[in-house]
Design a protein around this ligand. Structure first.
Ligand SMILES: [Zn+2]
Ligand SMILES: [Zn+2]
Length: 320
């Protein structure tokens, strides 16, 4: 499986401000002077030495992730504003000719997880089939309400593609066989109005996407629920890490997790690779990088030897 991140911001798209851009450029130039850069041929090597918050932007688009199976089929997780760019990519293939079959799994219907759909070009092409997998019975109605006047000029129902809805019953939570050796199942998360994690299994590898989730210490208590069973030994876990620990106390019950707790979860569940996502829109790249370093330090303090920690960045890919 290959996992690619198209949108990593939580709650609201958050493009970089001019102020932050200027700070980055200033900081890069200061480092270039200190490094004694005098020739353009030195630039590429110099860029590699920059810290991650200066090397790139973490990204302002809201949640969208793709999973591409070993057979080459792509599955979309959530349609935040990151799905716009994905749509352009898909339009280089069969979706441009109305021959696209697009499978979308929705975690929940907060705006930052569906707001990119009106700008997802394949929905406007006749012949494309969009399969929405969702644990919400009224999924069709919800998507129609988002794309209706006066909020949007083109009603969702009137767009040319064919839409199908596959209801995932949260009471049964039956695994879905997507391909011969690719199975997807899901798990309810603590979040206002609910949210669901999705687990993809193929070729002995496991990927879990668990955003918009408030993980607290309770889940580590023995017999609390079957959270441990679902998450244990995951190869790659993308997990809600929106807040600092302090902020998570102030925003208790808002439905998101601190990066400290996210690391605790990763270690407890023996996750091999953990990716912090759903970045708080108010945090600059400098603040996110500071949080990322603190997360690694927290892991080291907990004697982490099993879990590699990453911070979600638009365009990042992982191969399992
Ligand atoms: Zn969200
Ligand atoms: Zn949410």
């Amino acid at each position: 499986m290959q996992i690619k991140l198209w949108g990593v911001r939580g709650s609201l798209p958050a493009p970089i401000s001019n102020e932050e851009y200027n700070r980055k450029v200033q900081s890069i130039l200061e480092r270039a002077v200190q490094a004694g850069i005098t020739r353009t041929s030195q630039i590429t090597e110099f860029m590699e030495t920059l810290p991650e918050d200066l090397k790139h932007v973490f990204g302002g688009n809201t949640t969208c992730v793709t999973v591409t199976s070993s057979s080459g089929k792509t599955y979309i997780l959530d349609c935040g504003s990151g799905v716009r760019q994905l749509g352009y990519e898909l339009m280089k293939g069969p979706a441009a000719r109305g021959q696209g079959i697009i499978n979308i799994f929705l975690t929940h219907n907060h705006w930052d997880h569906i707001q990119g759909l009106p700008f997802f070009t394949p929905i406007y092409i006749k012949g494309n089939i969009l399969n929405f997998y969702s644990p919400y019975k009224d999924q069709h109605k919800i998507l129609c309400e988002q794309m209706s006047a006066p909020f949007f000029p083109a009603p969702f129902d009137k767009t040319e593609s064919t839409k199908k809805y596959i209801y995932l019953d949260p009471k049964k939570r039956a695994p879905i066989q997507m391909e011969n050796d690719l199975v997807v199942d899901f798990f309810p998360l603590k979040h206002p109005g609910g949210s669901f994690a999705y687990r993809f299994k193929q070729g002995g590898k496991t990927f879990i996407f668990a955003t918009d989730a408030e993980f607290t210490g309770e889940i580590f208590e023995k017999g609390h629920d079957n959270t441990y069973d679902f998450f244990q030994n995951t190869d790659l876990l993308i997990i809600d890490s929106q807040y600092t620990l302090d902020e998570s106390f102030i925003k208790f019950d808002w439905g998101h997790t601190s990066f400290t707790m996210a690391v605790n979860c990763g270690l407890r569940w023996k996750v091999k690779e953990l990716v912090m996502t759903h970045h708080e829109p108010a945090y600059t790249d400098a603040k996110l990088y500071e949080n990322y370093q603190a997360a690694i330090e927290h892991g080291e303090n907990c004697k982490n030897e099993t879990t590699k920690i990453y911070i979600a960045t638009e365009g990042m890919t992982f191969n399992l």
